[in-house]
Structure formats: C-alpha cells, structure tokens
Design a protein around this ligand. Structure first.
Ligand code: NAD
Length: 282
C-alpha cells in the first residue's frame, strides 16, 4: 500500500484552515509521508469557475486527492467522473479522489456532521428539529439530520426564500420525513415545540458576535448543536449550558469531516480521538 500522500485544499481564503494540520498529524501517526497543502485560488488569481482545470492540474502534478471548499463545492461536480450517492443527493462535493477509475467526489461535511452528532449527542431526540441557517453548511447539516432519522425538520433563515428553497429541495430528496421552512420571526413559536436546534449561521464567530436568536427560548430539554467552531465555546453554547441543555460544539463536524476524508484518501481507519485531541490543541 502507499506510504506517501500529496493532498490539496482548493478554495478561496483557505490559508488559515486547520484541516492541513489535522491530516498531516494523523498521517505522521501512521508513519506516512503525508503532505497536505492549501491551494488558494484567490491568491493565485484563478477564477473559481476554472475548478475543472485546477483538478486536472492537481492530478497531473501527482496529487492523490483534494479537499474542495468555498466557493467550489457545487462548481466541481460537473468535472467529476463519479460522485458518491450521498454527495450527489446533497449536490455538493468537498473531497475528490484521483483514482485509476477517474476523479471521484464525496462529501465529508455531511458525513462528518452525522458522525460528530452521533458521537457527541448520542441520545438526542430527533422528533422535531429546527435548523437555523440555510447556507452551504446548513444544507450539509440538513441532509445529515434527515439521514440520521429526523422525523420533522424546520428550516429557518433570515433569508426566507433561501429557507424555503432548501426545504423544498430536502423534501424532494427525502420524501419520508416532513420538512418545511419558517420565517425567522416564527422561532418563538417553533422552538418550544422542538426537541433540538442546530445553529448554522456565522453568528458567534469573532467577526459576528452574539447569538442568532433569543436565548430566552433555550430550555433543558432542547438540545443545541452549534457548527461555529471559531471559537468552539460560542455564546449560544454558553447560554444553552447555563439552562442545562445538552450541547454539541462545531469542533465535532470540523474534526469528522477530516476523519472521513483521511479514511477515503488513505483507506486507513484514522483514530478519531487522536484527531480530536490534536484539533482541540490547535
Ligand atoms: P453561508 O453564508 O453559506 O450561509 C449562512 C446563512 O445564514 C445564510 O443563508 C444567511 O442568510 C443566514 N444567516 C445569517 N445570519 C443569520 C441570523 N442571525 N439568523 C438567521 N439566519 C442567518 O455560510 P455557510 O458556509 O453555511 O457557513 C455558516 C457557518 O458555519 C460559518 O460561518 C462557519 O462558522 C460554520 N461552519 C462550520 C463548519 C464545521 O466544520 N464546523 C463547516 C462549515 C461552516
């Protein structure tokens, strides 16, 4: 089997990503010669719509695989030879393997959220879940929640059209559970009826401080998952803990997208606990 890997991270603003460090440390732990390099399209002055060419260059230059991130996760799909069914359903790819059978796309954001959620909130009641934030990350989370068995999912976003479009897409892709959208100002009526809430807007990051919705809506029997991971301990999670609610921080998704990608790239079974410990030291 291979002992040397060259992996890239293609997108704009990828410089500060913690993913390269996570992959390389895990590669070292397996005794591999594992290089993982950010490839910033903005810094290289390459338009994101040239992602197909960038993939062919990476393959020709000897890369084994790439992670693909904002703004290329949808654009890349048209340039692949095969797409894993979960990624195809979602309509977004974040991992591409250059194989003998061609370029194969996967999505470890959605599988990573599911793995992190199962690990961190194993007893979470999925009867009635609210998702706040219908952007790229929220879409990956929504698909994961439905695969995990959420019976009823309500999508909320300040942009009500975006919430409606995502709910419509989800209902088409997952006919069994019930999925709908609600306006942001319906949260005071929705959350008291819900078993859990996932927050997937940028609110809580250093540049967007605060909590996306009224913390008075939190209660002990409403689990709260935040996907913001810079910082890990957001104002939302602090408020949820203060009322005794079960919580899950965004580090779980951030680590498990890397765990799942490392497994796809190497065929090895990475040590998720070791990757988590490393991530939480970064
Ligand atoms: P995005 O810009 O695609 O989507 C954000 C959505 O949130 C938009 O639809 C916007 O209208 C909505 N929104 C913004 N403020 C809101 C508010 N106060 N109330 C309701 N809706 C609001 O962004 P994205 O790519 O989906 O990423 C969102 C956040 O998720 C990022 O900022 C990042 O912190 C986090 N993220 C975490 C991981 C992880 O691995 N843990 C991965 C990706 C993204």
């Amino acid at each position: 089997s291979e002992t040397s890997y060259l992996v890239g991270l293609i997108g704009t603003g990828v410089g500060p990503s913690l993913t390269p460090a996570m992959h390389m440390a895990e590669g070292r732990a397996f005794g591999l010669d594992y290089s993982y390099r950010p490839i910033d399209l903005a810094a290289a002055d390459i338009s994101p719509d040239r992602i197909g060419e960038v993939l062919s260059w990476a393959r020709a230059l000897g890369f084994d695989a790439v992670n693909v991130t904002h703004p290329c996760k949808q654009l890349v799909m048209a340039h692949l030879d095969h797409v894993d069914p979960v990624a195809a359903t979602l309509g977004a790819v974040n991992t591409v393997l250059f194989t003998d059978d061609g370029d194969v796309g996967y999505n470890t954001d959605t599988t990573g959220f599911a793995h992190g959620f199962t690990e961190g909130l194993p007893d979470a009641d999925l009867a009635d879940v609210v998702l706040v934030g219908a952007g790229g990350a929220g879409t990956a989370v929504a698909d994961a929640l439905l695969r995990l068995g959420a019976a009823h999912l309500t999508v909320v976003d300040l942009d009500v059209d975006r919430a409606g479009a995502l709910a419509h897409d989800l209902a088409t892709r997952h006919p069994l559970p019930s999925v709908d959208a609600a306006a942001f100002d319906k949260l005071p009526a929705l959350l008291p009826e819900s078993s859990g809430v996932v927050h997937a807007t940028p609110t809580g990051m250093a540049e967007h401080p605060g909590i996306a919705f009224d913390a008075a809506l939190l209660r002990p029997d409403l689990w709260v998952a935040d996907i913001v991971y810079r910082p890990l301990d957001t104002a939302l999670l602090q408020a949820a803990r203060a009322v005794g609610a079960p919580t899950l921080d965004g580090g779980h998704m951030a680590v498990y997208q890397a765990v799942d990608a490392f497994a796809l790239i190497t065929g090895l079974n990475p040590d998720a606990d070791r990757m988590t410990r490393h991530f939480r030291q970064l």
